[in-house]
Each structure stands twice: as C-alpha cells, then as structure tokens.
Design a protein around this ligand. Structure first.
Ligand code: AKG
Ligand code: FE2
Length: 199
C-alpha cells in the first residue's frame, strides 16, 4: 500500500496493539486468577506475540443478510475485536447453537478465546464460533488483535488436570498448529485442534 513506508501509520498501529495487549493482560490475569493459575499465565506472558489485522467487509447494498466471514473459531490464544462504527455484523454462536448478534460501539472491545486458550484451560473456556453477517448499505471495518505463543509449548497447567478433568490436548507448538491448520488441514475441519493434538 505504501512502498516507501508510512511511519505515522505504523506508530499509530503499534500504539493501538500495545493498548490492546495491556487490555488482554488485565482480562487474562482475572481469568487465570479465577482458576488459581495466575503464576502459570505469567510464565507464558513473555512469549506472547500480537498480530493486528484490519478487516473491511463490503456492503452488498441489499436488505438481505449476506455472509461476510464464514463461521470459525480463532486459532489464536486470545482475540480482541474492535469495530470502527456503532452497529451489528459480528455474531457469536451459543452453546445451544443459536447465533447472537453483537451490537458493537466504538468504545467496545470483544475478548474471545481462541483454540490455544481452550487447550491451555484444558477445555474449561471454549473457543467461540463466530461469523460476520453484512446487511444494509454501509461497509464495515474491524480491527482484530490476535495473540500467539512462541518458544514454548502450550500445555494445560497441572492444576487444571485431574480425575474429573482429564487432559484434553497434548502439549503443542502454537505456530506449528497454525501452519497445520493453514496448509495441511486447508482450513476445512470444524475442530482441527482435536485432530492435531486431542487426547
Ligand atoms: O470482523 C470481525 O468482527 C471478526 C473478524 C474475525 O473473526 C477474524 O478476523 O477472525
Ligand atoms: Fe475470528
């Protein structure tokens, strides 16, 4: 887009990612604390990468809803979604298989568990299925920050594994899983993590 670079844009994007990463840390500390595993979370915190995506969904103009993004779970550890304008678009599937519309405001951030967080919590927190539906005449813009764990294997803390909660996923390398999902699984399977490292 900018062959000779765009320093201001990069600085702004970096500032945004840093702020979102701080938000993620606050939320994850609360979740980890509630399971009694905050020190375990601290040990992966230093190995977390963040990737920012800018999404544009074009309006098809009509009143009929159109699929903007197919249903999926994220392959990230955690994903945080922010939307530029007030409105609907993002939909999340409930346990009883109903799609719930999320009416986002520009001051809202949606925190979603990805496949890697589901494995780390030994299935206690599930990765949510979500999709984007487009309706009306306005294009939709969202900014999505995903976190990914490098250098160490994703492994459920021993505190979260016991007789009532047997281990669900073997320890795995996050980036190798992303690679598997993208190139080997070809993004086809609904639950690729189960096939990749399910017990
Ligand atoms: O645009 C959104 O609200 C969601 C995007 C999303 O699910 C993704 O990029 O994985
Ligand atoms: Fe997603």
């Amino acid at each position: 887009m900018w062959p000779s670079g765009n320093h201001t844009f990069c600085e702004t994007a970096m500032t945004f990612v840093k702020a979102v990463a701080e938000l993620e840390e606050i939320v994850m500390r609360m979740v980890a604390k509630s399971y009694g595993v905050e020190p375990r979370y601290e040990s992966i915190l230093g190995s977390t990468d963040h990737i920012l995506k800018f999404n544009k969904y074009e309006s098809h103009g009509g009143d009929e809803p159109n699929l903007g993004l197919v249903p999926h779970t994220d392959k990230s550890f955690i994903t945080i979604v922010h939307q530029k304008d007030q409105g609907k678009g993002l939909e999340i599937k409930t346990k009883d298989e109903k799609w719930v519309e999320v009416d986002l405001s520009p001051s809202c951030f949606i925190v979603m568990a990805g496949d890697a967080f589901m494995a780390w919590t030994n299935g206690r927190v599930e990765a949510s299925f979500h999709r984007v539906m487009m309706q009306g005449k306005k294009d939709r813009y969202s900014m999505v920050v995903g976190s990914y764990i490098r250098d160490l294997k994703i492994q459920a803390p021993q505190e979260l594994v016991d007789e009532d909660h047997p281990l669900q996923y073997k320890p795995f390398d996050h980036y190798k899983y992303i690679n598997y999902h993208t190139y080997v699984n070809d993004r086809k399977l609904k639950y690729p993590l189960k096939l990749y490292c399910g017990v």
